[in-house]
Write a protein that binds this ligand. Structure first.
Ligand SMILES: [Zn+2]
Length: 315
């Protein structure tokens, strides 16, 4: 079977892995810093170096799949904009890498690739209708409908975090107002906790500096798991907001499994319980819940990498 190199990168790290048979597990792996502040040319150079580091000697035939931050046009191989990568506007990444490496390259949005990976090799195995959502610094997602990854006209589907849930809500990282990402992702959780700490509410977090670095979503999550009432309440509110949003998405896509990935979803019951209760409470008809499973992601940090492997293999 054909050898595949998969690459997954973001604002912090570049990861590349070689799958000799086009199936997990990988046989070689490289992880390096993105150094995003150095701009697109330098990052493309490091992507090429990471690919070369895992390429076996004397390779004659190889496919490469890249999971990149979006929005991106997968048909044109173009990264339109990457919020965490300064200078990345309309970068023809697919062709730039293909020219340097000399093998065919396929490009996919990182959240869509994670959905693809979880569907084929993770928590969605054996199903045909998957709703995947990742909740960390941002909220991303991907949808498998009737056995196909939904991409849309230019590959820009399905930005499940950038959907308006509150008309007058806070401004999102994308510039629009009231998106679920601006209400329930990590930075929003941390800001909500800081607001309540500033107002003088007692909490185990009260000794921390009330800055973006001092009180982070990670601290709020740890405090919630330890039973701190303020932290539990903030996480519960985020879970309820996400659960209500998921109910709308279930109405739109009628999945058989909802897979939750990302750091926030690793908090366990403290977020899953309010999230699931809100999801059930906002469903318009019980038929949507018939056989529906809500599960944590199974592949961890490898989901995007494995999805990019599937993309390369099947392109
Ligand atoms: Zn947004």
């Amino acid at each position: 079977m054909l050898g595949v190199i998969a690459v997954d990168f973001g604002g912090t790290h570049i990861r590349a892995a070689y799958f000799a048979s086009g199936e997990p597990p990988f046989q070689a792996h490289e992880k390096i810093a993105t150094e995003a502040q150095e701009g697109p040319e330098a990052v493309i150079g490091r992507l090429v170096a990471a690919i070369q580091a895992v390429t076996p000697p004397h390779t004659e035939d190889l496919r490469i799949g890249i999971a990149a931050p979006g929005p991106l046009d997968h048909r044109a191989g173009l990264v339109l904009k990457a919020p965490n990568l300064p200078g990345w506007t309309n970068i023809p990444l697919r062709d730039r890498i293909a020219k340097r490496i000399g093998f065919p390259v396929a490009l996919g949005n990182d959240a869509n690739m994670a959905a693809l990976g979880e569907w084929r090799y993770g928590a969605g195995r054996g199903t045909q209708n998957v709703l995947y959502m990742t909740i960390s610094t941002g909220i991303g997602g991907g949808v498998i409908s009737e056995g196909r990854l939904l991409l849309g006209k230019a590959g820009l589907a399905t930005e499940l975090g950038h959907m308006q849930v509150a008309q007058d809500g806070p401004v999102c990282g994308c510039g629009q107002r009231g998106h679920i990402e601006a209400i329930a992702a990590g930075p929003a959780i941390a800001e909500r906790a800081r607001e309540r700490l500033r107002a003088g509410e007692p909490s185990s977090l009260a000794s921390l500096p009330l800055t973006a670095e001092g009180v982070t979503a990670v601290e709020v999550g740890s405090a919630a798991r330890a039973g701190d009432p303020l932290a539990v309440s903030v996480i519960r509110e985020a879970g309820e907001a996400i659960g209500g949003h998921l109910a709308s998405l279930v109405h739109a896509f009628n999945p058989e499994v909802i897979i939750l990935g990302g750091g926030v979803s690793q908090l366990g019951a403290v977020i899953f319980e309010p999230l699931e209760a809100a999801l059930r409470a906002h469903i318009m008809h019980p038929a949507y819940l018939d056989g529906l499973r809500l599960v944590p992601a199974a592949l961890g940090d490898d989901a995007g990498l494995i999805g990019a492997m599937v993309l390369a293999r099947e392109s």
